[in-house]
Design a protein around this ligand. Structure first.
Ligand SMILES: Cc1cc2nc3c(=O)[nH]c(=O)nc-3n(C[C@H](O)[C@H](O)[C@H](O)COP(=O)(O)OP(=O)(O)OC[C@H]3O[C@@H](n4cnc5c(N)ncnc54)[C@H](O)[C@@H]3O)c2cc1C
Length: 482
């Protein structure tokens, strides 16, 4: 399994006074320490003056899309901003690295220009998009085992079932960016898991097999985990149609996800400290004090905490987190198990295929072509099965065989986000009751603390768009605070 190897983001820093320059140099030093520094960031972080507290106007914890958005907006309002990031890189659950001669994204990848917040960022920085190429073949599960379909037939069948699954969503999510607009209708619907919904549809065995691979993968492995209202929310945000749904997996940034993030930082020039895991956040009522694992301390009138919701419980908050976030942190919002794999196959006999397995039927329930290589083809795949060892090509080849395709696996590059200490999960995917019980309270500041995450968006929660949305909201809240 790959850990935090890969990209070498520029040491982002500041053009301001010498102490800040020191911080920049410290970040650069930690980066130079390379992979060994990852996961043991305390050792890589500079010793600093543990007695003194560095003061800023706002501290931002986490340098993913949410934190960087918040930092940029606060810098634009003239604030002195320090971003504290645990890893040796920015980007969080987005992470571009090299494999088989290509730049691959180990986390968030696809963006859709119609998603309003990320769409605005793409436009603002002139980021070009690359369109995924169509597939030639589709392998889907049937009662007789995996079968090949033409793309038109296979995707057509899945599309028809998705429409049935989400029937009524135009009524219960009429304004998708105001998810509680019809809270009255959601009270019951939000108690349903995707499994409840599938069971209620009266599907034939063949129909059930065609659709439960999707509902279970998005839910993190089991259709019983994820809420109907979560997937239906995405469907509604995508315009209640298969076309809109498919568009959410159609485009990637030519610059990679890191390209846009660096543009945002270049514009804003906040101070960024890498290798700086935060262990405690204390709001005294007159200011916020943040302590790193190294013991170094920083203070500011306000702080924006953007770590993934699944990670919140690893930081000591004083006073304790507000009730909604305490619940969210203990339940988790992001799927607990999510491994993304790039599978390099010799030759191209299997071709450009999309493979989808049945729920519980294979360790790799979803895969698709990514790019051609001189040796063959590179595929992108997802797994929610903790028993799969993605470093073992034989295991991977066997899981692919269960989809119906034969691959001569040359190598695999994977990242397990569930075992990543600074993510503790993959994409956000709410469980039943979380929307109606946690929203809108999860957006409320607590004293001098502001909480933001792509996991907590009103709109595209679980997407980059939601991260930008949440970062914008937190910055506006800080700006309005006294
Ligand atoms: C496998 C996968 C595939 C995905 N695919 C897509 C996709 O195709 N399209 C899409 O739009 N979205 C996708 N997503 C979702 C998207 O990546 C996330 O919604 C988004 O990146 C979240 O951004 P964030 O800034 O809120 O959180 P994060 O990116 O997780 O940023 C939080 C930051 O906080 C840091 N941190 C954690 N603990 C500490 C600490 N103690 N001290 C300091 N810093 C800390 C982390 O290191 C991290 O950098 C995918 C996610 C995954 C995992």
């Amino acid at each position: 399994m790959n850990t935090q190897h890969g990209t070498h983001p520029e040491a982002v820093g500041t053009r301001r006074p010498s102490r800040r320059t020191l911080l920049k140099a410290a970040g650069a030093t930690a980066l130079a320490a390379g992979p060994a520094a990852a996961g043991s960031a305390a050792a890589a972080a500079p010793a600093g003056d543990r007695g003194a507290e560095e003061e800023y106007d706002v501290l931002v914890v986490g340098a993913g899309y949410t934190g960087v958005t918040a930092a940029r907006e606060l810098r634009a309002r003239g604030k002195r901003v320090l971003v504290l990031e645990a890893r040796d890189r920015i980007g969080g659950r987005t992470w571009g690295t090299a494999f088989a001669g290509h730049q691959v994204e180990m986390g968030g990848t696809w963006v859709e220009p119609a998603q309003p917040h990320i769409g605005a960022e793409l436009k603002r920085y002139g980021i070009a998009l690359e369109e995924e190429q169509p597939v030639d073949r589709v392998f889907l599960p049937t009662p007789e085992g995996p079968r090949e379909f033409t793309p038109e037939d296979g995707f057509g069948r899945i599309g028809t079932l998705l429409e049935r699954l989400f029937e009524g969503s135009e009524e219960y999510f009429p304004k998708p960016f105001e998810p509680l607009h019809r809270a009255d209708l959601l009270q019951h619907l939000d108690t349903l898991s995707l499994r409840d919904r599938l069971d209620g549809l009266g599907l034939t065995e063949a129909e059930e097999l065609l659709i439960n691979g999707q509902t279970s993968v998005y839910s993190g492995g089991s259709s019983s985990r994820g809420a109907l209202t979560m997937l239906a929310h995405w469907w509604s945000l995508a315009g209640w149609s298969n076309e809109g749904w498919n568009d959410t997996q159609r485009y990637r940034m030519k610059t990679g996800t890191a390209g846009l993030l660096h543009r945002m930082l270049d514009e804003a020039q906040p101070t960024v400290r890498l290798n700086s895991p935060v262990t405690s956040v204390t709001d005294t009522g007159t200011g916020v004090h943040v302590t790193l694992r190294t013991g170094e301390r920083f203070s500011a009138p306000h702080a924006v905490v953007t770590v993934p919701v699944n990670v919140l419980s690893t930081i000591a908050f004083s006073p304790a987190l507000p009730a909604a976030l305490t619940t969210a942190a203990s339940q988790g919002i992001a799927v607990p198990n999510a491994t993304k794999l790039y599978i390099h196959a010799r030759g191209s006999a299997a071709g450009r295929f999309y493979g989808q397995g049945a729920e519980g039927g294979t360790a790799i329930p979803m895969m698709m072509p990514f790019e051609e290589t001189p040796e063959g083809l590179l595929y992108m795949a997802f797994s929610t099965d903790t028993a799969l060892d993605p470093t073992d090509p034989a295991q991977v080849a066997q899981a692919v065989r269960a989809l119906g395709a034969e691959l001569d696996v040359l190598g695999v590059h994977a990242h397990d986000w569930g075992r990543d200490p600074y993510a503790r999960g993959g994409w956000a995917f709410r469980r039943p009751r979380q929307l109606t019980s946690l929203y809108p309270a999860v957006h409320e500041p607590s004293g001098r603390l502001f909480f933001a995450s792509g996991d907590l968006a009103d709109g595209w929660s679980g997407f980059l768009d939601g991260a930008v949305e949440s970062g914008l909201r937190a910055a506006a809240q800080v700006a309005a605070a006294r």
